[in-house]
Ligand binder design. Structure first.
Ligand code: ISL
Ligand code: CA
Length: 574
């Protein structure tokens, strides 16, 4: 049944709340997406990953679902959704949705029942436990929520605590209950029957918890991680779900997979396993974090090492290729680490070449294709780094809306002296940065919503010169480069199947590799610095005729020993 269509596709992630507002309430919606289908077609992508659009009270922007078979009021109706999927399919674009089944919303009917009494038939859909200490006033174990604070909330009605690995409005489902597992299979099948082509599975590695829910190691920023990530019955649960649902359709199943790394990936994503097709692993997006918390500049050597480890996996394991999503800060200029003043566009294009000429399943996040940046906030002195031009600085504490950012500030109320530090960190890593409205044009509200409407989230002021409209008309824009690159990549046997060989592995400035098929290869050369860098041909490439395929400068220079221009990226067929 599975054609494994993900092997030759290009995904585009849509975060619906921030994509396009069609009805003037300042919130992106499905009809807004429908109005941009031709835009997606023009860009050339072949699949969309749509972040949650189900019924939700929006404590975590739709990652807290109160009805898995209905559409969020703000986003429209099921009829709109049906039109969306038809419109995508008409254009040859597949659709994968977001499957959020580690937890539900506390406003889901199951949880409303569950919390009523200990003998309610839904009690066992969730984790309920007595507290510790003689009066039961301490949480059942020491696990910490991924959104700060304890992973348990006390309910006096039944004198027990329920588990929530995220916000207290996102109670964890108990997968040990066979009824829960059948519900999940039924939900997947409901959407597959509607024509959905797959799912991105939210925090899927957390669904199985260690028997007895024992205390976890204190390994900041999390406590308990090893007790709920990929433990006990994980494979059993996923295998069962794949049999009952995923593998019965021609799907692509992408796992969001904290805990899966290049070292253990084979056990989870090899085709022979028949569970997930590929995963988002966060090794490379952590290459700029010190102890997983404090960001510093991207470590290019470390980044290359992580890329290379994924590339070295057997052909039956597909890596994903991404730099951004709705939880990550913008990749520009984060991933280049060198100052890119004066060369912003070249750097953005170079990153695209470095990433997407590799083997794997490519994803681009809305706005990445025009080089959208983090919000310019005062705290980090980040202003100048953010972009080429001056922006109006804003105070982050006033613009952050994300439950995680808000929790950080709440938690620090008692320690006000830490707020400036937290602000600096958030200025670089807050999830809010990826959630500012898509910049469509230089019109009011960046064309995201009508003039006079207040968008739900602050628009990045750089929209006046950084927007899709302008870039589509400029042949040398980032947008037009992405479009060319996507077209070049699709169907390209070197990129899809070629062997990956890297050169100058220890260079902290250059990323150089080839994608070989027999005696021909694509040669990929990327300068990660804003300065000219001397390049010497690797022996393997000497004396070969070379045809220039892709370059981020208008003036294409031949392959040879020469000086690379700042952030130059050149691809040759040799
Ligand atoms: O984004 C994070 C920190 O920067 C992560 O800890 C994030 O919470 C984690 O990757 C899980 O993310 C997914 O599940 C969350 C949801 O808030 C995220 O948006 C989603 O991508 C809970 O459903
Ligand atoms: Ca709207």
């Amino acid at each position: 049944m599975k054609t494994r269509w993900y092997k030759d596709s290009f995904f585009y992630q849509i975060y619906p709340r921030s994509f396009c507002d069609s009805n003037g309430d300042g919130i992106g919606d499905i009809r807004g997406i429908i109005s941009k289908l031709d835009y997606l077609k023009e860009l050339g992508i072949t699949a969309v990953w749509l972040s949650p659009c189900y019924k939700s009270p929006n404590d975590d922007n739709g990652y807290d679902i109160s009805d898995y078979r209905d559409i969020m009021d703000e986003f429209g109706t099921m009829a709109d959704f049906d039109e969306l999927i038809a419109g995508l399919h008409e254009r040859g674009i597949k659709l994968i949705m977001d499957l959020v089944v580690n937890h539900t919303s506390d406003e889901h009917d199951w949880f409303k029942e569950s919390r009523k009494s200990k003998d309610n038939p839904y009690r066992d859909y969730y984790y309920w436990k007595k507290g510790r200490g003689k009066d039961g006033k301490r949480p059942p174990n020491n696990w910490m929520s991924n959104f700060l604070g304890p992973a348990w909330k006390y309910e006096k009605e039944t004198d027990e605590w329920y588990m929530h690995l995220f916000s207290y409005k996102q109670p964890d489902l108990n997968w040990n209950n066979p009824r829960v597992r059948q519900e999940v299979a039924d939900i997947c099948n409901f959407w597959f029957e509607k024509g959905v082509d797959g799912f991105r599975c939210d925090v899927i590695t957390y669904i199985s918890k260690k028997e007895g829910l024992p205390d976890g190691k204190i390994k900041l920023p999390l406590i308990g991680f090893e007790q709920y990530c990929l433990t006990d019955n994980w494979h059993k649960f996923i295998k069962e779900l794949a049999d009952r649902s995923w593998n019965r359709y021609d799907t692509t199943m992408v796992g969001e997979a904290m805990g899966i790394t290049s070292a253990n990936a084979k056990e989870y994503i090899d085709e022979s396993v028949g569970e997930l097709d590929c995963v988002f692993s966060f090794e490379h997006t952590n290459a700029d974090r010190y102890m997983q918390i404090l960001p510093h500049g991207m470590n290019v050597r470390k980044l290359k090492k992580i890329f290379a480890r994924w590339q070295a996996l057997p052909k039956t394991c597909a890596p994903t290729l991404f730099m951004e999503n709705h939880d990550q800060p913008r990749c520009m200029p984060r991933f280049v680490s060198y100052k890119c003043k004066g060369h912003f566009d070249e750097a953005a294009k170079m990153l695209a070449v470095a990433l997407y000429m590799q083997r794997g399943v490519p994803f681009v996040y809305q706005g990445q294709e025009i080089g959208m940046t983090n919000l310019p906030v005062k705290e980090a002195g980040y202003l100048k780094e953010c972009d080429d031009r001056e922006n109006t600085a804003m105070r982050s504490i006033e613009v952050y809306k994300d439950v995680l950012s808000v929790n950080v500030y709440k938690a620090l109320k008692k320690f006000p002296f830490l707020i400036p530090v937290a602000s600096k960190v958030l200025a670089k890593v807050a999830r809010d940065h990826a959630r500012t409205p898509m910049q469509w044009s230089a019109e009011a509200n960046a064309g995201f919503c009508a003039a006079g409407v207040t968008p739900w989230m602050t628009v990045n002021p750089n929209f006046v010169y950084k927007n899709a409209d302008l870039q589509k008309r400029d042949p040398s824009s980032i947008w037009n480069f992405y479009r060319r690159l996507i077209k070049y990549r699709l169907g390209n046997e070197y990129i899809i199947e070629g062997e990956f060989n890297e050169f100058y592995k220890n260079s902290g400035k250059l990323y150089v590799y080839e994608r070989r098929v027999g005696d021909k290869a694509l040669a990929v050369i990327c300068n990660f610095t804003g300065k000219p860098v001397r390049f010497t041909l690797p022996d393997e490439w000497k004396g070969k005729s070379a045809h220039a395929e892709l370059c981020n400068y208008d003036e294409v220079l031949p392959l040879g020993n020469r000086t690379l221009r700042p952030f130059e990226a050149s691809v040759y067929l040799i």
